[in-house]
Design a protein around this ligand. Sequence first.
Ligand code: FAD
Ligand code: FES
Ligand code: MG
Length: 280
Amino acid sequence: MNLILKKRQLTPEIAWFEVEAPRIARRWKPGQFIIIRPNQDSERIPLTIVDGDPGRGSIVMVVQAVGKTTRITVAKEEGEYLADVVGPLGEAASIEKAGHVLCVGGGVGVAELLPVARAFRQAGNFVTAMCGARTASLRILDEELRQAADEVIWATDDGTAGFHGNVVQCMAAWRAQQNAPPATVHVIGPIPMMRAAADLTRQWGVPTFASLNPIMIDGTGMCGGCRITVGGKVRFACVEGPEFDAHQVDFDELIRRTNAYRAQERLVLEQHECKLKLVN
Ligand code: FAD
Ligand code: FES
Ligand code: MG
């Protein structure tokens, strides 16, 4: 059981949690993730470790309610418990001194980007964080990003803040204003956005890393749920990733596999909401 020490509602759908997890807080590295069960009868879901404080013995996770298990998690309050938290899992992000690093995040991927952007800056890089949201009020962690990166650029789909358009269109417009391309790009977010970003940086000739989000069940390389193909080779994102060379990822397969259980996921969510209505 892991105690929720603090909760902040970042948007109606996205919540920030500080959770007691002393052993994970001592060992985690940017890019790694945890697998949690909010309740004992819940399925397991992977979440990025957004921050960790060995002194407080706590880690931070940011969760977007998209289905049953994330909704149950987002509904938790301070003083309540998660049934279990396992981690740190996966390989750390590859952080090196490259020069100018462009960190691109979309949606809740902005939270996942934060520790990576901070680590690149601590390694001596100039870091541009470029983030996308549907509208100004759905921007998350702006203050934290401004502390972590050298500059922060927002793109909103409706143009209510920053660049008017999606984050990949923003990348293209930004590059047109730069004298030289960035040394490396790191991208985290919805799969279509990562694929479009990778297509663009392939044209730029810039090495690009994507933090992938396939379906994960055990997180230890045993179940095969997170199987992906990178450069024609089978890889397991939970133990060999989640970060991979974005130019080599088979995104079509990734989309197919993450959509494989959509019908069941919709049904489970409908049943969950139906039970909530009965309770209320
Ligand atoms: P469901 O209705 O069950 O599923 C909705 C969609 O989420 C599915 O169609 C599928 O694409 C995806 N999904 C479902 N089950 C899983 C699963 N076991 N593993 C991965 N994806 C799944 N989300 C955040 O909000 N914050 C994070 O920091 C974050 N970090 C992640 C890090 C990694 C390494 C991975 C792989 C995923 C991460 N996710 C994160 C996504 C999160 O795990 C899914 O949104 C969550 O599992 C959905 O569960 P659900 O039951 O609420 O939704
Ligand atoms: Fe089971 Fe990766 S989640 S092999
Ligand atoms: Mg689910």
